[in-house]
Ligand binder design. Structure first.
Ligand code: BES
Ligand code: ZN
Length: 585
C-alpha cells in the first residue's frame, strides 16, 4: 500500500544454451512520501545489482526463502527515487519458464521458450510485486537468437525484430495495467496468419494453417463477446498455439491467448476453450481477482460467459451440452475433494499456507458458473445481461475481492434487497461448502439420449446396436463418462472394434476413452495411452490418467515407467502436480 510497482520495463536476452533470461528490469514505483523501501517478490533469481536512474547503487536484501512464495527482495528507496533498475538473471530451472529443445517442437529444428505466470510464477522471471491486486503496465525489449521470433502479451512494436549483435531484438508495450501473472513471453520458430481484421493465430509454420482453419470463427467470437459484455478493450485478439508440453488448455494472456495444440481437433469441436480464454478479456484481465482466494471471480464468470458466447455462436444445444458436461465434472470434483462438507469446495476458499495453484479445482469454475446461472435465472436474462455489462464497466481495470462482488450484486442487481429475499442465498454460495440446493440443473435432450444408449450398452446390448448416429465430440465424451465402472475388457473390445476409439485423434474423446480403458485394463489401448502421455503435457489430461494407473497394482509400475520417460517433456506446473502422485522423479 505504501510503495507499489506501477510499470515494469524489461530489457532481457534469452540464452538458450544457458537456459537463462538475463538483463535488467526497471520498475516505476508509486510511493507515499513516508515509504522508505519497496518489497518485491522473487524466486530463484540472481540479483546482480540495483541502482537508481542515475546509476547510483541502492541497498537491497533478499529475505528468507519461503518454499511457496520465494524470497522477498527489499530495496531501500532514498527520497524522491521513483524508478529502480534491477540487473538480474533467471535460474535454468525457473518455474515459469520452459526451455524446449528442438525435438520438443513440431518443426524439430529450433529451440522454443515460453512463460506461464499464473498464479505466482512471474516472480521466477521478473522481480516485481507478484500479486493480482497490484496492476502494472509493461514494456519490453527481448533479444533472442536470430532465427527465432519473440512474442508477448502486449502490442508488438517490431513484428520482424531488429538485428543486433548475435541476435534479434523485439519490442513490446502494454499500456493498460494488468496483474503481473499476465505478463507472458514466447520465442521460437513462430509465424503469424491473420483470421479477421483484429484476430489471427501465431504458431510454428507446420501448425499455423491448421490452427487458422480451426479458429476460423475467432473474429465472430470477439464480436459476439462484445455484444454481450461491452467493447473489447485490448486492441487485437490473437492466439498463440504452443508446443504440446504447454501445461494448460489455455492461458488468457492479454491480446495473445496461449493455447495447447490438443484443441486442434480438425473439426472445430473444441473451440469453447478459445471462447473461455477470450471471455477472460473481461472477467480476469479487465476485472481481476484481487487475491487468489477470489479466483472464482475470474473463472466462474469466465466459465459462464464462455457458454453464453458458445450459445450465441453455435446455438443453445451445443451450449447446453457443455453445461451438462461441466455440471457432471463439478459433482465428481466435490467427491474427489472429500464431499459436500469439504472446505475445499467453498468458493471463497481458504488458501492460507497453500500454493494458490491448489485452488485450481473445478469448484471456482463450475460452482462459480452455476452461481451466475442462478443469478441469471433469478432476475431474468435481460436484467442479468444489463448487470453483467455494467459490472465490467464499473470495475474496469481494477482488482476486486469477493466482498466487493457481494456489495455490487446487492446494490446493482438486487436493488438493495437482501439476497435471501431474492432467493439467491449468496452467503451460502460463497462461504459454505458443497452445492446449494437451489443450484440450477442443466439439461440437454441430446445428452439424455446419449445416456440412454450408455444404459443400453451397460445392460448388455452389443456395440453395433448403440445408436451413435453422427455424435459430436461432446456426445462421445458424455457416452464414455456415462459407462459403468465394471465393464470387462471383452466389452471394451466390442466397443473399440465398432467405433475405433483407440484410434481417435480428438484429445477429449481419446482422454475419456483411455480412462475407461484403464479401469477395465483393456490392453489394446495401452500403446495409445503411452503415446498420449508422452506426446502432450496438459495437466488436465495427465493427472487423472496417472492417478487412474496408480490406483491399480498393474498400472503402478506402468505409470512409473512412462513418467520417467515423459517427465522431461513436461512443464514444471505439471511435474509439481505429478511428482507426489507418481512418486518423485
Ligand atoms: N487461467 C486459466 C489457467 C490457469 C488457472 C493457470 C490457474 C494457472 C492457474 C485458464 O483460463 C483456464 O481456465 N484454462 C483451462 C481451460 C478452460 C476451458 C477451463 C485449462 O487450461 O484447462
Ligand atoms: Zn480460465
Amino acid at each position: 500500500d505504501q510503495a507499489r510497482v506501477s510499470h515494469v520495463a524489461l530489457d532481457l536476452r534469452a540464452d538458450f544454451s544457458a537456459r537463462t533470461l538475463a538483463g535488467r528490469a526497471t520498475l516505476t514505483i508509486d510511493r507515499e512520501a513516508r515509504a522508505n523501501e519497496v518489497v518485491l517478490d522473487t524466486r530463484a533469481l540472481t540479483i546482480e545489482g540495483i541502482s537508481d536512474p542515475d546509476g547510483r547503487g541502492l541497498q537491497f536484501a533478499l529475505g528468507p526463502e519461503d518454499p511457496i512464495l520465494g524470497q522477498p527482495l527489499t530495496v531501500q528507496l532514498p527520497e524522491r527515487v521513483r524508478e529502480i533498475r534491477i540487473d538480474y538473471r533467471t535460474s535454468p530451472t525457473a518455474d515459469a519458464l520452459q526451455w524446449l529443445s528442438p525435438e520438443q517442437t513440431s518443426g524439430g529444428k529450433h529451440p522454443y521458450l515460453y512463460s506461464q505466470g499464473q498464479a505466482i510464477l512471474t516472480r521466477t522471471w521478473i522481480p516485481t510485486q507478484d500479486s493480482p491486486g497490484i496492476r502494472q503496465t509493461y514494456s519490453a525489449r527481448i533479444v533472442v537468437p536470430r532465427e527465432l521470433r519473440a512474442v508477448m502479451s502486449a502490442e508488438h512494436l517490431t513484428p520482424d525484430g531488429v538485428e543486433v549483435a548475435d541476435g534479434r531484438a523485439f519490442e513490446f508495450r502494454l499500456t493498460t495495467p494488468v496483474p503481473p501473472y499476465l505478463i507472458a513471453l514466447a520465442a521460437g520458430d513462430i509465424v503469424f496468419q491473420p483470421i479477421g481484421a483484429r484476430t489471427g493465430v501465431f504458431a510454428e509454420p507446420q501448425v499455423v494453417k491448421g490452427a487458422a482453419a480451426e479458429f476460423a470463427d475467432l473474429e465472430g467470437m470477439v464480436t459476439r463477446a462484445e455484444a454481450l459484455l461491452g467493447p473489447y478493450r485490448w486492441g487485437r485478439y490473437d492466439v498463440l498455439v504452443l508446443p504440446p508440453s504447454f501445461p494448460f488448455g489455455g492461458m488468457e494472456n492479454p491480446r495473445l491467448t496461449f493455447a495447447t495444440p490438443t484443441i486442434l481437433a480438425g473439426d472445430r469441436s473444441l473451440v469453447s476453450l478459445i471462447a473461455h480464454e477470450l471471455a477472460h478479456s473481461w472477467s480476469g484481465n479487465l476485472v481481476t481477482n484481487a487475491t487468489w482466494r477470489d479466483f472464482w471471480l475470474n473463472e466462474g464468470f469466465t466459465s459462464y460467459v464462455e457458454l453464453r458466447i458458445m450459445e450465441a455462436l453455435y446455438g443453445p444445444e451445443r451450449a447446453a451440452m457443455l453445461e451438462v458436461l461441466e455440471h457432471r465434472e463439478l459433482h465428481e470434483e466435490i467427491t474427489r475433494l472429500g464431499g459436500t462438507e469439504s472446505p475445499d469446495t467453498i468458493l471463497h476458499v481458504d488458501l492460507r499456507g497453500k500454493d494458490p495453484d491448489a485452488g485450481m479445482t473445478q469448484i471456482p469454475y463450475a460452482k462459480g458458473a452455476a452461481l451466475l446461472r442462478l443469478m441469471e435465472e433469478t432476475v431474468g436474462r435481460e436484467r442479468f445481461d444489463a448487470y453483467l455489462r455494467s459490472y465490467f464497466d464499473r470495475h474496469a481495470f481494477s482488482s476486486i475481492t469477493t466482498d466487493v462482488f457481494v456489495k455490487d450484486v446487492r446494490s446493482h442487481l438486487l436493488d438493495g434487497k437482501d439476497d435471501l429475499a431474492s432467493g439467491l442465498r449468496l452467503e451460502e454460495w460463497l462461504y459454505r461448502p458443497g452445492l446449494p440446493n437451489n443450484a440450477p440443473v442443466p439439461r440437454s435432450p441430446a445428452l439424455d439420449a446419449v445416456e440412454a444408449q450408455a444404459r443400453a450398452f451397460a445392460g448388455g446390448a452389443k456395440a453395433p446396436s448403440v445408436e451413435t448416429g453422427d455424435w459430436t465430440t461432446q456426445e462421445w465424451q458424455h457416452f464414455l463418462t456415462s459407462l459403468p465402472p465394471d465393464l470387462t475388457s471383452d466389452r471394451l473390445a466390442d466397443l473399440d472394434g465398432t467405433f475405433r476409439l483407440t484410434e481417435r485423434r480428438n484429445s477429449e474423446v481419446l482422454f475419456a476413452w483411455l480412462r475407461v480403458a484403464i479401469r477395465a485394463r483393456y490392453e489394446p489401448a495401452m500403446p495409445a495411452l503411452e503415446r498420449f502421455l508422452t506426446s502432450q503435457g496438459r495437466r488436465k489430461f495427465l493427472r487423472p490418467l496417472y492417478e487412474d494407473l496408480m490406483a491399480t497394482h498393474w498400472g503402478k509400475p506402468e505409470a512409473r515407467r512412462i513418467y520417467a520417460r515423459a517427465r522431461p517433456l513436461y512443464h514444471s506446473v505439471a511435474t509439481t502436480t505429478l511428482d507426489p502422485i507418481v512418486g518423485g522423479n
